[in-house]
Design a protein around this ligand. Sequence first.
Ligand SMILES: [Zn+2]
Ligand SMILES: [Zn+2]
Length: 267
Amino acid sequence: MSVSTGERMKITILGARGSVPTEGADMLEFGGATSCVLIETDTWAVFFDAGTGIMNAPEVGDKNIAIFLTHPHVDHLLGLPFFPYITKEKHIDFYAVKRGELTARQQLDKFLCPPLWPCPVDAYKADFEFHDIKFPVKIGDITITGMPSVHPGGSVVYRLEHGEDSFVYATDYEYDEKTVGDLIEFAKDTDLILMDGQYTEEEYAKRRGYGHSTPAQGMRIFKESGAGAIRFVHHDPTHTDEFLKKMEAEIKCENASFARKGEVIYL
Ligand SMILES: [Zn+2]
Ligand SMILES: [Zn+2]
């Protein structure tokens, strides 16, 4: 990772579980909360995805808040009604790429709508501002770019840059031989990649087309991109702490590991 010159960027893993929230004494270390990553600078709190991990968002003081959705699958939105700042009079910039004809606003409306959920977004105190993403997005001194992921219904891989620091969020991505070069290029020389590593090789053989990858596939992207570190995310809901640690041990690379609940990474 780059040597910090002045203010550092702080990344907190609020949820690293994939597909559906889990619980149990055998899942405490990696956690059961679904996708959510918080990136903090001195003026911004940027959330990538609003899975149940966003329920555990820490106090961010008077920082500006933005949420960037990768795609509207329910595991990436499920925590939003319990986001601590949704019940406060706080401005929240909500960003998503249009899905078909659906705007960012409409994607959220599909979820926060009876009979799926009793309260529409306007029922909450927060002042939402919706943005249909046109890359690059600039918020304060942060720049966010994106590329299409390989995932049923579509998703986006984000790259966030702040000063000398950068990282790539590639959850819900299925390794694809034909286009993997684009992702390697996109992640070139970044400090950190958060990468979908949901399946073992055996599982992947049975779940091709589900939109997720294996750690071995992620390691190829990591090595060829020249990135500084990789953390695997979107843990399969059936994988216990013990199982994930076994998968992790097989990687055999000191800069590679599986993301833990609450893990904090400074760039
Ligand atoms: Zn997902
Ligand atoms: Zn998905």
